[in-house]
Ligand binder design. Structure first.
Ligand SMILES: Nc1nc2c(c(=O)[nH]1)N[C@H]1C(S)=C(S)[C@@H](COP(=O)(O)OP(=O)(O)OC[C@H]3O[C@@H](n4cnc5c(=O)[nH]c(N)nc54)[C@H](O)[C@@H]3O)O[C@H]1N2
Ligand SMILES: Nc1nc2c(c(=O)[nH]1)N[C@H]1C(S)=C(S)[C@@H](COP(=O)(O)OP(=O)(O)OC[C@H]3O[C@@H](n4cnc5c(=O)[nH]c(N)nc54)[C@H](O)[C@@H]3O)O[C@H]1N2
Ligand SMILES: [Mo]
Length: 761
């Protein structure tokens, strides 16, 4: 809908998602980052039997074999990592940190791969080269100097392999803390915390094969055309089989409307496409709990009129708890309130319930539109409730499908990156390694930043990521970085976190997934776990960006040896041969038995998921209907001038990594400084397309928080639910307060920010 030629960079995009535009974008990524021939060859190794796991997303490979699946954004992720550009010491000699801070996020990462360990030098305001041993010694000294290990924070971003993550948590626990702020604290924590209470496990229950057997798919709050593009093949297949696909999303996302598969010669040659959603409902931002409750209320009403034949009564009786109270709450919830909060009509919700009542195998897929709210955990639980009503767990074609973020965020959790570790993990570590790991809960991401802000924590190690930029409230987060005694960043590329200098700041450059990893025991491979709990191997092919770059496991072992005087762990032995790390993982976590053998079987193996066998590992031994009282995911809106703003990813970014400035499917080119608005709201509020606006976040009632303003964004008319607005992450993080998060899971409420718009100052 955004179509005003007068506004630079804003024009209508009328094509389907995918298609030739996607092929052109791949060619551009290869041309800009890589030498063309090796680039193309490398892309063909992506997600191959013998190749590396795509760092783009956590969607599984088809049938877990080796069909090459084309994916534009996977290609961007790969070429961005495998770029020919370098950031050597000469780069830092030429640019002070003060100067680099004026660069955009895109420019910083686009400078290329880090090649040498570097340490910040305050006298010259530059990063200077440092030897690895000296770097490790400095980190070790800072950690040993702390009066209490709980005064250090150990962040993980979800690209780290299972092997790196396991070593990291082993080191940190031997050091003595569970302070593991993790990217999943900003992402699917609502799933990890919410689902175990419902169905006993905090992971998805479907496999790729289930999509072949599903007869109804609900897609809530995710944008697969951009963020999980390989899922588009699956959705396209389902659509062509005639499976109804119901979407709940405030924005019309082109890939969920129609998609041209770049692998389909016919669609490419004839410029045709496949319709994806059969029903597209533009729920209000923050209206999902209300919508889900509406669908369930309508389903129960259908069941009442159909003499109890709509719900799966046997399943409910045998496998669940809490149905009566749950149903009573739905009956007591008024349609007026449901319609108001969801922004959807009773008719639409009843129709969805009707489709659901007819389906025998339903999958609900969901993403950040569900989790990043003050009641993200309850949102996830409403999805589980919906599935429980018709026994949609533990049968082919049915189940819950959280779309994970980073390509190994799920695996990192499985192998121990957790601020609230399960006792079995700690017992396993104690049994195998002979030291007593700490038992007290540690800090999640919000708590870590609060501790840094207050100088309760003064050392930060980052295994990848861009923590202060990804988190809410840059004022607080950036200042917290500056208060550190030491920050050490294990990273592939330069980003803004590295420029937020504490008393000491170190850059420790690491290998990426695409690269050859040679250790004393020969060439190594790593393993990852995808969104569907499949563990498989990933083997890099390219030469490292420089001979000085080390693998993540080697860097972690270096830090561990410099920190722990009498370690019980044979760090050199583990790093020399990653099979020994895999053996250790298998010894600690029984689910990984015979790890080294099973992971060599093409496609790898699946971890156990009791809920898929209708075994409920909840305290009661049953699946639980969990009641969410009320309908508000976020504070209610009273003032019609207040809109609810959500933050979204463009098609040209990977989290805080900005590949480019286009958002093709939304019709935005060469810029990111926009706010998407519904034309009805624009007319009502007297805003014209192209108007420069300041967006002001409304403080929570009773909060003394300072006013938060996103300055000078351009109003763009878009097909978005009324009463709602959208802007890009991370720019819009300035609108979110550090105290605005889901109290159950700690997930920041990035997707529901109450704002007022005014002409730009
Ligand atoms: N290319 C690429 N791939 C990625 C990433 C990337 O940045 N780029 N990031 C990775 C990571 S870490 C993650 S977590 C995933 C993220 O994948 P997604 O979950 O798809 O990410 P978002 O862009 O945050 O958008 C979510 C969708 O939710 C919708 N939405 C916003 N608010 C609401 C709401 O209140 N209700 C509903 N129902 N919908 C809403 C938005 O319109 C958007 O379509 O992707 C992963 N893959
Ligand atoms: N407003 C708003 N904020 C959000 C979100 C949102 O939707 N809205 N989404 C949230 C979500 S879902 C997430 S997951 C977080 C993301 O938070 P993070 O995971 O912390 O951020 P990324 O941008 O993915 O991290 C990029 C950096 O990782 C490093 N890197 C890349 N590859 C590797 C590697 O192989 N190894 C190592 N060691 N480093 C590597 C590079 O230096 C790169 O600059 O952001 C969250 N923040
Ligand atoms: Mo994420």
């Amino acid at each position: 809908m955004a179509s005003d030629d007068e506004i630079p960079g804003i024009r209508a995009y009328d094509e389907p998602a995918g298609g030739w535009g996607a092929l052109r974008a791949v060619a551009k990524a290869v041309r800009e980052q890589m030498d063309v021939a090796p680039g193309t060859r490398l892309l063909l190794k992506n997600n191959q039997k013998d190749g590396f796991d795509c760092p783009g997303c956590a969607w599984p490979d088809p049938k877990h074999t080796s069909t090459f699946e084309f994916c534009e954004n996977g290609a961007k992720a790969v070429t961005w990592e495998a770029t020919r550009k370098r950031v050597p010491p000469a780069f830092f000699a030429a640019h002070t940190v003060t100067e680099l801070k004026t660069w955009s996020d895109h420019q910083l990462e686009d400078a290329g791969r880090l090649t040498h360990p570097m340490a910040y030098d305050p006298a010259s305001d530059r990063y200077l080269p440092i030897g690895w041993d000296e770097a490790f010694a400095r980190v070790g000294a800072a950690l040993r100097a702390l009066p209490d290990p709980n005064r250090a924070e150990f962040y993980t971003s979800g690209r780290a392999s299972n092997e790196a993550a396991f070593l990291y948590q082993l080191f940190v626990r031997e050091y003595g803390t569970n302070n593991f702020p993790d990217c999943s604290n900003m992402c699917h924590e609502a799933t990890s915390v919410g689902l175990p209470k419902s169905i006993g496990i905090g992971k998805g229950t479907v496999s790729l094969e289930d999509f072949d057997a599903a007869d109804l798919i609900l897609s809530i709050g995710h944008n697969p055309g951009t963020n999980h593009p390989r899922m588009m093949t699956t959705l396209r297949d389902a659509s062509r089989r005639g499976v109804p696909i119901v979407v709940l999303n405030p924005l019309k996302e082109r890939a969920l409307e129609r998609f041209a598969a770049p692998q389909s010669p016919i669609e490419m040659a004839t410029l045709s496409s496949t319709d994806i959603a059969t029903h597209y409902h533009q729920v209000r931002v923050g209206g999902d709990a209300a919508a889900l409750k509406g669908i369930m209320k309508a389903l129960i009403a259908l069941d009442d009129t159909a003499g109890g034949t709509v719900l799966d009564r046997d399943f409910i009786a045998e496998h669940t708890n809490g149905y009566a109270a749950f149903a009573a709450d739905l009956k007591a919830t008024s349609w007026t309130a449901i319609e108001q909060r969801s922004g959807l009509t009773r008719g639409v919700l009843e129709q969805t319930a009707g489709l659901y009542a007819k389906s025998n195998a339903c999958i609900v897929a969901y993403g950040m539109g569900v989790t990043q709210h003050r009641h993200g955990t309850e949102n996830v639980q409403q999805i589980a409730n919906l599935l429980l009503l018709r026994g949609n767990f533990g049968k082919p074609g049915a189940g819950i499908c959280p779309l994970r973020g980073h390509s190994n965020v799920q695996g990192d959790r499985t192998v121990g990156i957790s601020e609230t570790p399960p006792a079995a993990l700690l017992d396993g570590i104690e049994r195998v390694f002979g030291f007593a790991p700490p038992r007290l809960p540690g800090h999640n991401a919000v708590e870590a930043l609060q501790a840094m802000r207050d100088r309760r924590s003064t050392v930060l190690i980052c295994l990848g990521g861009n923590l202060p930029v990804a988190m809410p409230d840059p004022d607080v987060a950036f200042a917290a970085m500056a208060r550190l005694d030491l920050a050490a960043h294990i990273a592939t590329k330069l980003n803004r976190s590295h420029l937020l200098i504490g008393a000491q700041s170190l850059l420790l450059p690491c290998l990426g997934r695409t690269e050859h990893d040679a250790q004393s025991g020969g060439q190594q491979f790593v393993t990852v776990e995808d969104s569907m709990s499949m563990v498989h191997m990933s083997k890099g092919q390219l030469p490292p960006p420089s001979e000085h770059v080390r693998s993540e496991p080697a860097i972690i072992a270096g830090i561990a040896k410099a920190t722990l005087a009498q370690s019980k762990v044979d760090w050199d032995g583990l790093v020399g041969d990653y099979d020994r790390i895999r053996d250790a993982i298998g010894d600690v976590l029984p689910d990984f038995h015979d790890f080294r053998t099973r992971v060599r079987v093409p496609g790898g193996f699946r971890l156990s998921l009791p809920a898929t066998e209708r075994k409920w590992t909840t305290p009661s031994g049953k699946a639980e209907f969990l009641l969410f009282e009320g309908l508000d995911e976020d504070p209610e809106l009273a003032d019609p001038a207040v809109l609810t703003l959500t933050t979204i990813r463009s098609h040209d970014q990977y989290n805080t990594t900005i590949y480019g400035l286009d958002d093709r499917y939304r019709g935005v080119f060469g810029r990111r400084d926009v706010v998407f608005l519904n034309p009805i709201d624009m007319a009502r509020l007297g805003i014209g397309t192209g108007d420069p606006l300041d967006v002001e976040a409304i403080a929570d009632p009773g909060s003394a928080a300072p006013s938060r303003v996103l300055r000078r964004v351009t109003a763009v008319a878009h097909d978005i639910a009324t009463g709602c607005a959208a802007a890009y992450y991370p720019e819009a993080n300035t609108l979110v307060g550090l105290e605005q998060y889901d109290k159950e899971s700690g997930t920041p409420s990035y997707k529901s920010i109450r704002v007022r718009l005014r002409p730009a100052a």
